[in-house]
Design a protein around this ligand. Sequence first.
Ligand SMILES: Nc1ncnc2c1ncn2[C@@H]1O[C@H](COP(=O)(O)OP(=O)(O)OP(=O)(O)O)[C@@H](O)[C@H]1O
Ligand SMILES: Nc1ncnc2c1ncn2[C@@H]1O[C@H](COP(=O)(O)OP(=O)(O)OP(=O)(O)O)[C@@H](O)[C@H]1O
Ligand SMILES: [Mg+2]
Ligand SMILES: [Mg+2]
Lengths: 222, 222
Amino acid sequence: MISLRGICRHYRLGEQQLAALTDIDLDIAQGEYLSIMGPSGSGKSTLLNQIALLDRPTAGTYLLNGRDVTSLPDDELARIRRENMGFVFQFFHLIPRLSAAENIEIPLLLAGIDPSLRKRKVTEAITAIGLAGRSAHRPDQLSGGERQRVAIARATIMQPSTLLADEPTGNLDQATGKQVIDLLEDLNRRGVTLIMVTHDQAIGGRAGRRIRIVDGRIIGAG
Amino acid sequence: MISLRGICRHYRLGEQQLAALTDIDLDIAQGEYLSIMGPSGSGKSTLLNQIALLDRPTAGTYLLNGRDVTSLPDDELARIRRENMGFVFQFFHLIPRLSAAENIEIPLLLAGIDPSLRKRKVTEAITAIGLAGRSAHRPDQLSGGERQRVAIARATIMQPSTLLADEPTGNLDQATGKQVIDLLEDLNRRGVTLIMVTHDQAIGGRAGRRIRIVDGRIIGAG
Ligand SMILES: Nc1ncnc2c1ncn2[C@@H]1O[C@H](COP(=O)(O)OP(=O)(O)OP(=O)(O)O)[C@@H](O)[C@H]1O
Ligand SMILES: Nc1ncnc2c1ncn2[C@@H]1O[C@H](COP(=O)(O)OP(=O)(O)OP(=O)(O)O)[C@@H](O)[C@H]1O
Ligand SMILES: [Mg+2]
Ligand SMILES: [Mg+2]
């Protein structure tokens, strides 16, 4: 259970203050399928980064399974993230000097999975995401949508209890996008909490619950 | 008039050769509105880079207004691009240490436009793309869709005779995407050749002419 109470996040730019998130109250139960939609610049990525413990609020409280995690030190937040969360970034953040397969393997390495099992899991992930034949390519040798799919495979390979995806189909054609959504929804059916930011109305509408962000606030039903 | 004849582009990866484009024949008249669609990894960005003279073919001929530009030296290609083309990259390629306004200003600086006219044009471009209030932000202080719009403003500010856009609405909500497409189509109505790669069927369908790429080849009507 993820509970955000009165979460605010502002940025300082010189003299000015920009309120990116204001008074966010949000409860997300384990296994939910939530979509977050809203105009460009409205605060969706900022909210997802708060939920993922990648960024700290400037006000408010974050309870994770009843525990206040708002003010934990960085290394503790990193441990919680690594053990519980998979994140697909809006711009992927792949490691440039590693191949697609090596990028996807990283969460397995961090979890101490043994080499033969790692190899098998990476091969399965690459096939599931439609990247057979591209596993040796580095990110700069991949198309935009291929990089996006490497990011998705990396985020999902450990079947984390919570999966956060920021625009996971933005660089994909209809058919490939469907393949990705099927993969994510299959994880959700097996109990993974799925929180997806998307600009695609058709995809956002598939979620069990939809929230809309405008100017840093949740509007309508949370 | 852009004429591609027998254009091929392969990549070498170790021992292997990957054919990204094969036997591309394509004529594009001045003022046309062309969309390029197809699966992720099919060669769309590679084709756009060929048309934009950002990349050289491994075989074939490129005639620009009847002149063979296939084997021109780099600095000559750069001059032709600068004087004739605007390019919106799939991942923007903004200059990290410059603000949004400074990024947008660059083509005006390269063209020797005087400071007061530059200032006015940048302000108009920023307003037209919906980024008022964000002009001083650097790219890392902007949302994904805001960066995309800076890239679009930079590509269009000199009203180049040819505009190439690689997934220009991939990070934008419906309303903001429409604002961008209106801007691009307005340029096209004034005589700018508009060549757009898109995964959005609705947007691709608006073009006067649609081509589809699969496995590096144009299929169906060119
Ligand atoms: N470091 C920063 N400093 C100042 N303002 C910032 C910073 N990062 C983001 N912003 C601003 O915060 C607002 C919210 O950004 P965010 O990335 O959350 O938007 P978003 O909803 O994900 O947009 P998009 O749909 O375009 O990806 C934006 O208007 C952006 O300009
Ligand atoms: N430097 C490279 N070396 C080897 N292969 C490459 C290189 N760059 C791209 N490729 C391959 O060439 C193919 C075409 O790439 P391209 O970027 O043109 O695809 P695309 O149609 O734009 O895809 P998307 O819709 O995902 O952006 C891809 O399968 C990609 O893996
Ligand atoms: Mg975003
Ligand atoms: Mg591409």
